[in-house]
Design a protein around this ligand. Structure first.
Ligand code: AHM
Ligand code: MG
Length: 340
């Protein structure tokens, strides 16, 4: 029977069902708090997805007239998405500390509503692409409060390997939520009619090697030697191999999403101009690095595993290379050569 004449499935796995099943597997020790927190996050993603879709029509695209902590102009949708997330996370009663790309300071939740998790997030990454209708996304990472802590900035200045969950929602031709709770990576697609994220990409594994590289090569004149040599090696390969294809959207959720599914390498290096790199450690690099490792890939600064970095500031930046194990290892050999 042709596929499109088959009956629709009567056993759909929603995101809520899937995380509840994970909680049940953990047994009575699991309190259900993380389940409820993830539920709050998925609701914010649906809300932001709706606003992204109608942005053009209700004049939400454009500048909000404020400058954020990195000195960039905020778009109206950034501000709105940030407010949506802060309100929902606070109201969930499951959070203690919130860090947002859009807010200079961390928010410590008042005692009445305080829970045991900390959420770091970029409410709407890639916002410079909004006007052009390019894929954008929400990125988040979740920590547990340190033993005995009531919630301070130190609870989020923890290495990425201590995150208990991380993910992103990409607002593209469909809204896709990709999540890890430390047991692999799953992808869900928003069914607009049902208003539910449905499990469509179970157990995502990055291919060991890919054919695509994703760098902003417009920065080539600033790149350091290892990056220049690596890019040369994949564009002019020896032994009759085919060169890699270039794909760069300039919206990391979209570039990383493609890398997770198809393999290859995504890179945003530090360079002679951007000395520390551009991407933010806590709410961009860490969540993407956790997802990458959980999918069987590698995430590095070139010389150090990203998840091992101990942050000292909430908005600090770091170089990022992530993707297929073999591709990232190839890049690392150029950094090792330089150190010798
Ligand atoms: P943003 O947080 O201000 O939206 O910037 C982050 C974005 C990433 O999504 C993307 O990987 C990178 O900036 C693109 O930078 P560039 O335009 O320099 O290539
Ligand atoms: Mg960002």
């Amino acid at each position: 029977m042709a596929e499109d004449t088959q009956m629709p499935s009567t056993d759909i796995v929603t995101l809520t069902r899937h995380i509840l099943a994970q909680q049940i597997r953990l047994g009575p020790a699991a309190t259900g708090d993380l389940t409820l927190l993830l539920n709050a996050i998925q609701v914010t993603s649906k809300f932001i997805a709706t606003n992204v879709r109608k942005a053009r029509l209700i004049n939400l695209v454009g500048l909000a007239g404020e400058t954020n902590v990195q000195g960039e102009e905020q778009k109206k949708l950034d501000v709105l998405s940030n407010d949506i997330m802060v309100n929902a996370l606070r109201a969930s009663g499951k959070t203690a500390v919130l860090v947002s790309e859009e807010l200079d300071e961390a928010i410590v939740i008042e005692k009445r509503l305080r829970g045991k998790y900390c959420v770091v997030f970029d409410p709407l990454d890639g916002s410079s692409n909004i006007d052009a209708g390019v894929n954008i996304g929400t990125i988040f990472g979740i920590y547990k409060l340190k033993e005995g802590s009531e919630g301070t900035i130190n609870d989020v200045l923890q290495p990425g390997k201590d995150m208990v969950a991380a993910g992103y929602t990409m607002y593209g031709s469909s809204a896709n939520l990709v999540l890890t709770t430390g047991q692999g990576v799953n992808g869900y697609t928003l069914d607009n009619a049902l208003g539910e994220f449905i499990l469509t990409h179970p157990d995502i594994k990055i291919p060991q090697r890919g054919k695509i590289y994703s760098f902003n090569e417009g920065n080539s004149m600033y790149f350091h030697e290892p990056v220049i040599k690596y890019l040369e090696s994949i564009k002019y390969p020896k032994n009759g191999k085919a060169p890699y294809s270039a794909r760069y959207i300039g919206s990391m959720v979209a570039d990383v999403h493609r890398t997770l599914l198809y393999g290859g390498i995504f890179g945003y290096p530090n360079d002679k101009k951007t000395k520390t790199g551009k991407l933010r450690l806590l709410y961009e690099a860490f969540p993407m690095a956790m997802l990458t490792e959980q999918a069987g890939g590698v995430a590095t600064t070139g010389t150090q595993r990203i998840l091992d970095i101990v942050p000292t500031e909430i908005h600090q930046r770091c170089p990022v290379f992530l993707g297929s194990k073999e591709d990232v290892e190839d890049l690392q050999t150029f950094y090792k050569e330089e150190q010798q």
